[in-house]
Design a protein around this ligand. Structure first.
Ligand code: DHB
Ligand code: FE
Length: 279
């Protein structure tokens, strides 16, 4: 059966794509952020996962306000990158893993999740930039991907509790997949940030730190919150951290922390990075 080797959670901010393209990784503004990644890259070099199951949000690239699935699973042989409006360079397409995609889709539907199946999908900054941070250089990606999008654009958003259950089901799917593949789970988004409205620029360091700590030893802690409570605590876009929760749930009950980094701000966002292994 396939093995889950670990979970990486990271923020996804379009400005990261510009910083990479302009070689700004050592600028004082960017250094504390980019310095978080080398230990995770060293771990990836050692562990060499074959495929990544990625929970992220589509920001209006595949789905817009007229048609917006709560959860969608990619089942394509390849996923082109596109930019949904930030003017950042387009990266190479990433290879899919249709066999794992369909196994996950079958498991989710059997578990009573009414998902959308996508035999074509593009990936925006929420997945392409985390990949570029983990495997820099702009070459061919050394990993296949199963993209799973979660609606964090238009209310009603799926609750933290529902997102946790989605992650659990995906974890069960991977563990029951008849393959010797080594599977990485990715969750992107957050941490606290608000891009618009009266509280634009809002960040909540106390909450972010409490949330990151909870993922190690009390991982369902954040499922106590409703979406409106999370918006109040973390900002209108801070709720993206629910995708970390799905990724954490897929890992299984016990986790060991291998690395983390937290830095304020990257653009409007409190940036976070975590690497967990199953314990
Ligand atoms: C920013 C953050 C996001 O999560 C996003 O999707 C777009 C922009 C920002 O901080 O600029
Ligand atoms: Fe976002």
């Amino acid at each position: 059966m396939a093995t889950i080797v670990g979970t990486i959670m990271t923020s996804h901010v379009p400005a990261i794509g510009g910083a990479i393209a302009k070689g700004r990784q050592s600028d004082p503004y960017w250094k504390p952020f980019f310095d978080g990644y080398p230990p995770v890259r060293a771990w990836l070099d050692r562990v060499k996962p074959d495929v990544a199951v990625a929970f992220f949000q589509d920001h209006g690239l595949n789905f817009f306000l007229d048609k917006l699935p709560t959860f969608a699973v990619g089942a394509a042989p390849e996923y082109p990158n596109a930019d949904e409006g930030w003017g950042i360079p387009t990266l190479k397409p990433v290879k899919g893993d249709p066999a794992l995609s369909w196994h996950i889709i079958n498991t989710l539907v059997a578990d009573e999740f009414d998902i959308t199946m996508c035999q074509q999908m593009q990936i925006d900054h929420a997945l392409s930039l985390p990949l570029a941070l983990l495997w820099p250089g702009g070459g061919d990606w050394p990993i296949r991907v199963v993209p799973i999008t979660m609606n964090h654009v238009q209310h009603p958003l799926p609750s933290p509790k529902r997102s946790w259950k989605l992650g659990e089901s995906v974890g069960r799917a991977v563990q029951s997949w008849d393959s010797d593949a080594r599977v990485l789970v990715l969750g992107t988004g957050g941490l606290s940030h608000q891009l618009d409205g009266e509280r634009a620029g809002f960040i909540n360091k106390n909450f972010d730190e409490r949330f990151m700590a909870s993922l190690v030893d009390d991982p369902e802690w954040a499922t106590r919150y409703s979406i409106p409570e999370l918006v109040r605590l973390t900002g209108t876009q801070g709720v993206e951290l629910v995708m970390w929760l799905a990724a954490r749930a897929a890992l299984g009950p016990l986790a060991r922390k291998r690395h983390s980094n937290y830095h304020i701000p990257i653009s409007n966002t409190a940036s976070g990075l975590m690497l967990l292994e199953p314990a």
